[in-house]
Each structure stands twice: as C-alpha cells, then as structure tokens.
Write a protein of this length. Structure first.
Length: 292
C-alpha cells in the first residue's frame, strides 16, 4: 500500500458516526441549576469569506484573533499562540508523527471571549495550513489569525448570531462537552473489542468518491482519487485529480476534515463543493444520495 492510500477516505458508505458519539456522550447531562443564564453579547468581525473573527484571551494572555466556527468539532490553536499562552511549554516535544507541526491535544485553563469565560477547554495544537492561509490573507487588516474556536467551547452555550449588529449572544446551558474526537476513537475501540471486527464509519450520504492526501502535501484541500460511475459525485461533475477545497463552505484540508464536512450534509441536500481543477477554482453542486 502506498503512502497516499494510508491517508485515504471513502465517502461512499452509509453507516452514520453520530449515533455512536451520542451514546458515548448521553451521560453528560446538562446541569442548569448552577448555570448563570444571563445572556452575554460579544462582537465579531465578519470576514469577506463569511467567517466570524473573534478576540480571545487564553489563560489571561492575549488577546488573540481566532475564527469562530460552529462546524468545527474541536478547538485548534497554532504552536506560537499555544506556547505564548502557556498551553504548551518550551520543553514540550513533538510526537514522532506530527503533520503540520501537530503537538497533540491539550487543555486551556481559561478561555475568554468578551465577557464569556470557559474553563478546562480541550484544544488541538498544530499549524494548520488553512489557518495559515487565512492569516496571510487578513493579517494586514486584522492582524494574525491563530486558530479556531469550535465545539469544546460553543457547546456550553445557546448561541445566537446577529449578522446586522455583528454580535454573538451566549447563554450558558450547563452542558459540559466531552471530547468529540476521543469519543469517536473510544467508540471504534469498543466496537473492535465486541466481535473482533472494527466498525466502519462513513458519511450518512452516499457521495461516490474516494479522497486522499499524502503526508508531505501541505496545499489546501484533498485530492479526488476515485469517482464511482453513476454516483452523485460523477453526476455533479467531480473528476479524478480534482482538489476539493470546501464542502458546503467547510474546509477540507485533511482527509478527516473532508470526512467531517461530508458528514454534516444530509442525504438529498444539494450543497456547493469548491474544487481546484487545472489551476482554477470552480464550484459544483453535489447532492449525496440516501444510504442503506
């Protein structure tokens, strides 16, 4: 098996990951008795890409500029900010296999966005290429962009977006989110221990493509390595060699990113898929089919 195949993901199966995650998290019931339910309003900057940019303090250091993304299953910080805020230390060593300078997963002691403070927030630390691209594009106007605010933070609140006022309103819900990525890993481990066969997980919709990315590929997007005949992908015009940049405006810079983005799309729903083909970006409309 070649190295790219080790990073390949088939988006053509119909077994759904989310029920397993729900079962793994169902004991983590909200506790509203101790929650202060007073709404807290926080301003954001709307980037030309449509993303929200927020000012964040980490362990009382900062502020730093992060993208607030309700589609992100985890927090993400680059190495510079993680070190500056004390989340990782100078002595922290990189894992043996560390794509994009990944340092692993750590815990933020306190995370503040405006008047909102969350404690013990898990985060991945890595120099993600897409975050680096956003930083280069917007640094002159907004300063460096150092990561993403995702599920481990926003799951703790009922969040309302006011596009006209450019504000986010947070109401604590008493929920303490578990680690989504760890829950998925644990689910797979349990399944493999019960009957000896690993559980296959894929997007709910049938796309009919296989994507891959080699370990030394630092460009945005993932490569389409296979398109099944008469599939939703073929009907939409996807071709082998296309580089998928986004699915329904969600980044697809790794195979995992692509898997997660595809998983958010309900079968029968048509979504835009941005691809790079022959050096030019184009947007295709793909409607994944209902699985079995």
């Amino acid at each position: 098996m070649t190295l790219p195949k080790l990073h390949a993901c088939a988006l053509m199966f119909a077994l759904v990951a989310s029920p397993a995650l729900a079962r793994a998290d169902e004991k983590n019931e909200p506790n509203l008795s101790d929650a202060d339910t007073k709404p807290i309003v926080v301003p954001f900057t709307l980037l030309s890409s449509g993303h929200f940019l927020v000012s964040v303090k980490l362990n009382d250091k900062g502020p730093y500029k992060l993208i607030f993304d309700t589609g992100a299953p985890t927090m993400l910080l680059n190495n510079r900010v993680a070190r500056d805020s004390g989340i990782i230390h100078a002595s922290t060593k990189k894992p043996l296999f560390a794509p994009f300078g990944s340092m692993g997963q750590f815990v933020i002691g306190t995370l503040q966005i405006g008047g909102v403070t969350a404690k013990q927030v898990t985060t991945a630390v890595m120099d993600h290429p897409t975050v680096a691209v956003f930083s280069r594009v917007y640094e002159k106007e907004h300063g460096p962009i150092d990561g993403i605010v995702g599920f481990p933070f926003f799951a703790r609140y009922r969040t309302t977006v006011d596009y006209q006022a450019k504000t986010l309103t947070f109401v604590p819900n008493g929920y303490k989110p578990t680690d989504v990525m760890q829950a998925m890993t644990n689910s797979l481990i349990r399944a493999s221990q019960q009957g000896g066969q690993p559980q296959i997980i894929g997007a709910a919709g049938l796309w009919g493509i296989r994507v891959e990315k080699s370990a030394d590929d630092e460009s945005a997007g993932v490569i389409v390595s296979e398109v099944h005949p008469q599939s939703a992908a073929e009907q939409a015009g996807l071709k082998v060699g296309d580089r998928i940049l986004t699915i329904d405006s969600r980044w697809t810079d790794t195979v995992t990113d692509c898997f997660l983005a595809a998983g958010f799309v309900k079968p029968g729903t048509t979504v835009p898929v941005k691809v790079l083909r022959d050096g030019k970006e184009t947007v295709l409309s793909v409607t994944p089919r209902k699985g079995y």
